[in-house]
Design a binder for this molecule. Sequence first.
Ligand SMILES: [Zn+2]
Length: 158
Amino acid sequence: MDTITKEQRSRVMSRIRSRDTKPELAVRRRLHAAGWRFRVCDKRLPGHPDVVVPRARTLIEVRGCFWHRHGCAKSSMPKSNVAFWMAKWSRNVRRDKRHEAEWRKLGWNVIVVWECALDAVRREDTLVRICQALDFWKGEGPRKRPHRLTLPRLSPRR
Ligand SMILES: [Zn+2]
């Protein structure tokens, strides 16, 4: 059963929607340098997306691999309290899916950037791809089927 202590739980919860994480800041810095205007943690949209770029009608979500279960090497399994973690994660993943569906329904393009796509090796390539996508999409009108881009493009081996 669930054996996590109250203190452990609150420590965990406080880290989940941590604002201004390092990977997210890397994305924001690059957008700023490229001259894009954006809103951060937009309360007007469901789920308060991390970064909103209105001119390209695009939302950018930076997802922690561990919390949102990317399946890469960064999403290792903890040794204890497995039941608690599994429940927590399935809620996270369900919520991510729901928000994404809502955003697309509202006509927003969505870029999902996994944290591991912003590691030292892949960061530059990832940031270039994000800016390229925004450049392509900014000239388009609203789309019935908005664009979706996930970075890194290849899903991790499980
Ligand atoms: Zn990952």
